[in-house]
Ligand binder design. Structure first.
Ligand SMILES: Cc1cc2nc3c(=O)[nH]c(=O)nc-3n(C[C@H](O)[C@H](O)[C@H](O)COP(=O)(O)O)c2cc1C
Length: 146
């Protein structure tokens, strides 16, 4: 079974909504084992457990949300000395930009034994039905590429 870890942070609910749609899309695939965790509850052990890691976060004040950065701050040293190379994906919820949160994750993740398998997905504003379909498709695409 492929093990997928979804780590997300959401302050006002938009990223959480996307994360739940992402999870629901993956749950249809019975060959997957899923762990769905808020960033403050996720640990290095969860990272070791998974075969694919997906980050979901918002852009705040021109950068990645602080609670998602906290996850990286807590796991950085352990992850650096761990040589399990893993694919990762990213989805970002933002008001009108999101590229700076993506750039921040990309910058941080360069120091992790992770490799990118897909361009990050940015959804601006409250996700419409189209936005929700986009995240569903992104979930399926990530699994196919991993
Ligand atoms: C304090 C604050 C700062 C924000 N800064 C940005 C920003 O720099 N760029 C952007 O595109 N959106 C920004 N937004 C909008 C949020 O990214 C957007 O509402 C997002 O969907 C929030 O996700 P959440 O509901 O999961 O917390 C900001 C919102 C707040 C409240």
């Amino acid at each position: 079974m492929k093990k997928v870890l979804i780590v997300y942070h959401s302050q006002s609910g938009n990223t959480a909504r996307l994360a739940r749609v992402f999870l629901k899309a993956l749950a249809k695939d019975k060959t997957l084992s899923l762990r769905f965790l808020k960033a403050d509850a996720a640990t290095f052990d969860d990272m070791v457990w998974c075969d694919l890691i997906v980050f979901g976060a918002a852009e705040y004040l021109g950068t990645l949300s602080g609670m998602m950065k906290d996850f990286f701050d807590r796991t950085f040293h352990s992850a650096k000395s761990n040589q399990q190379h893993k694919p990762y994906g990213v989805f970002i919820s933002a008001g009108n930009n999101g590229s700076r949160a993506v750039a921040e994750i990309d910058r941080i993740v360069k120091h992790y034994p992770f490799y990118k398998i897909s361009e990050p997905l940015i959804i601006n504003g409250n996700a419409s039905n189209n936005g929700l379909l986009t995240i569903e498709n992104y979930a399926v695409k990530l699994i196919a590429s991993s």
